[in-house]
Design a protein around this ligand. Structure first.
Ligand code: SF4
Length: 88
């Protein structure tokens, strides 16, 4: 998958929810680069800003997009951990 395809998927995901992609395009580009590097390295589109602990179970929690809306960071700061998705 290339960056443009990934950005389209993220945009569609945001369009179907009550949040948006971060309007800072550089921020989104950096996140996309990180996710695609992780995909190359380990075959999964893992979050670019959180650390793996090497277990499959944890890796599955880190696939982007993750379940950020159930986390404190969403309620407190209105964004996912990496700031890729933000509240409208
Ligand atoms: S924190 Fe944001 S960038 Fe990281 S996996 Fe979750 S949705 Fe993706």
């Amino acid at each position: 998958m290339n960056k443009e395809e990934l950005l389209k998927i993220w945009q569609r995901f945001a369009d179907n929810n009550d949040f948006i992609l971060n309007p800072d395009k550089n921020h989104v580009d950096l996140a996309a680069k990180g996710v695609l590097e992780n995909e190359k390295k380990c075959g999964l589109k893992l979050c670019p800003c959180r650390l793996r602990d090497g277990t499959r179970e944890r890796d599955l929690e880190l696939i982007c997009p993750c379940n950020f809306k159930s986390q404190d960071i969403w309620r407190e700061k209105g964004r996912c951990w990496c700031g890729l998705f933000v509240k409208k």
